[in-house]
Design a protein around this ligand. Structure first.
Ligand code: BGC
Ligand code: MG
Length: 556
């Protein structure tokens, strides 16, 4: 048995320091995946039992949503204790076993570092509100006598909050919160806060986690006369954090959750000395827009606007996650368009977004679901798959907040869907129960057993992604096709290239396709059929079809 210190010194498993550049990340909530002890709540033992499933899908890293002690008023993003496991999900030992088993299978583990705020139940906050004004303990959080400071800061949870200040009757002062009022923001001007957060980093890195998602990272500092986002002080802190981690824990990855325009999100890479990764929020809605409009303009626009990033960095890209499909990074007109087209029922809308899952957003049309996955996997960035979306699970807009996209994983067609042996009335959330998304129609057992399923399609894309390094870090070029309704990209690295073509229309399209790298004839890597002769320079695309073909420069 290796000791904790021994594991930390050895670094995370594997020897590739830039493993995240060609990872495939699976995002999962412990509580939603598998319940091992029959209490209706998923847990670490259940998740550990399902590792073979994840390994078989081919993903290379697991991103765990918050699993720490919490009153769960923001599904665990309201942390009451940073260095323990919520008893519902198991023990710290269970977590360690999970981590060990994941590593044994070659899977890396990314956990949440919710560093901007805590729960108001956190002992730090309880201590702060009782401590004398101006003291080091009080100043763990951001206080004010009036609620009008920092008025330029926007409100993020618009459907729930009307101010970023809340009155605390014990402290007899207002405290600052960018999210729910039960989530007070930590005060990064206080060196004791910065040290306390580094202790949290130490705790999880020493256990061996491979990466930390820095939740809500743009909001760490507040300054008068600014929107209180992306401030220089925040970037300075992140550079310190990076130096700290690099010096102690080799090969760990920091992922910035900065829901920002590309140039602001890219700033979280620094000069390769801040975060290793950052989510590409603006790309996501434009994938949906391009598909609905049958036009590549939104995609061209967003890639045009995306700056080059340092060599050792990588974007994280995604179609859906545990939150609403955010429409913060689009224009007001585009937002109206997205709401009209993808959220016709007002209950589908939340804050500035859409609280639906991938498959229902696309009317369960398997062609369009595959098309979006194909774009995700052939465009730059490390793709993330949200649990359940590999089998096209549905959502439940009757549930509060974002809970409708966080329902139990559907393993089989049995009444309990293989999630738990507890009576469903005891579950943390109801199963999706209406066709076509109920477990009778959508479940893992069916899809793993059927070669034409979405699961197998995605698994195939993952295999291709791994076999073609040009998809991870190669340069991307748009190819002219004579049609604005076809997204054709060429990914090139060294002497390798891969061409991915997407028909955004529900109609057959005949396109022209010529590029000097292609010589001879090519088979579609997805269907295996012969599709393209470079001499003819033409390609026929079926409605919503996607084709990939690849070659090397010295060929032909
Ligand atoms: C997380 C949300 C959470 C919020 C506040 C976000 O960025 O993704 O799920 O509600 O941070 O912690
Ligand atoms: Mg359980």
């Amino acid at each position: 048995m290796t000791t904790r210190a021994g594991r930390a010194a050895a670094g995370s498993q594997g020897t590739d320091p830039t493993w995240y550049r060609d990872a495939i990340i699976y995002e999962v909530h412990v509580r939603s995946f598998a319940d091992s002890d029959g209490d209706g709540v998923g847990d670490f033992r259940g998740l550990t039992q399902k590792l073979p499933y994840l390994a078989a899908l081919g993903i290379t890293a697991v991103w765990l949503l918050p699993f720490y002690p919490s009153p769960l008023r923001d599904d665990g993003y309201d942390i009451a204790d940073y260095t323990a496991v919520h008893p519902q999900y198991g023990t710290l030992r269970d977590f360690e076993t999970f981590l060990h088993e994941a590593h044994r299978r070659g899977l890396r583990v990314i956990t949440e570092l919710v560093l901007n705020h805590t729960s108001n139940q956190h002992p730090w906050f309880q201590r702060a509100r009782r401590a004398p004004a101006g003291s080091r303990w009080r100043d763990f959080y951001v206080w004010s006598d009036t609620p009008d400071r920092y008025a330029e800061a926007r409100i993020i949870f618009k459907d729930f909050e009307t101010s970023n200040w809340a009155w605390d009757p014990v402290a007899r002062a207002y405290y600052w919160h960018r999210f729910y009022s039960h989530q007070p923001d930590l005060n990064y001007d206080n060196p004791a806060v910065r040290r306390a957060i580094l202790r949290v980093v130490d705790f999880w890195c020493a256990l061996g986690v491979d990466g930390l998602r820095l939740d809500a990272v743009p909001y760490l500092y507040e300054r008068d006369g600014t929107p209180c986002e992306n401030l220089p002080e925040t970037h300075a802190f992140l550079k310190d954090l990076r130096r700290y981690v690099d010096a102690r824990y080799p090969h760990r990855m920091l992922l910035a959750e900065a829901n920002q325009w590309p140039e602001h999100a890219a700033a979280y890479f620094g000069d390769g000395d801040e975060c290793h990764m950052a989510f590409h929020f603006p790309l996501m809605p434009r994938l949906y827009m391009a598909l609905k409009q049958g036009n590549i303009s939104p995609l061209e626009w967003v890639f045009e606007r995306t700056p080059a990033i340092p060599e050792n960095c990588q974007w994280c890209t995604f179609l859906r996650n545990h939150d609403e499909l955010t429409l913060e990074m689009v224009t007001p007109e585009e937002r109206e368009y997205m709401w009209r087209e993808y959220a016709p029922d007002p209950r589908m809308r939340l804050n500035l977004g859409i609280r639906r899952r991938l498959a229902p957003l696309l009317d369960n049309d398997q062609r369009r679901i595959r098309l979006l996955y194909s774009m995700l996997f052939s465009f730059p960035g490390t793709p993330i798959v949200y649990y359940g979306d590999e089998i096209g699970m549905g959502d439940n807009i009757e549930l509060f907040d974002r809970n409708g996209v966080r329902t139990p994983m559907q393993w089989d067609a049995s009444p309990n869907a293989g999630f738990s042996t507890a009576s469903p009335s005891l579950w943390y959330a109801p199963m999706i129960s209406t066709p076509p998304f109920d477990p009778a129609h959508v479940n893992v057992a069916d899809q793993t057993g059927r070669s034409d399923s979405l699961y197998h399609f995605l698994k195939h894309l993952i295999i291709l992604r791994k076999a073609h390094p040009e998809l991870s870090s190669g340069e991307m070029r748009w190819l002219q096709t004579g049609s604005r309704s076809v997204a054709a990209v060429l990914r090139i690295e060294k002497n390798r290239w891969l061409c991915a073509v997407h028909n955004l229309l529900d109609a057959v399209q005949e396109i022209e396709l010529c590029f000097p790298q292609a010589k001879g004839s090519f088979r579609d890597l997805i269907e295996g059929t012969l599709i393209y002769h470079a001499d003819a320079g033409r390609l026929t695309l079926q409605p919503y079809q996607t084709v990939w073909f690849a070659g090397t420069m010295d060929q032909g």
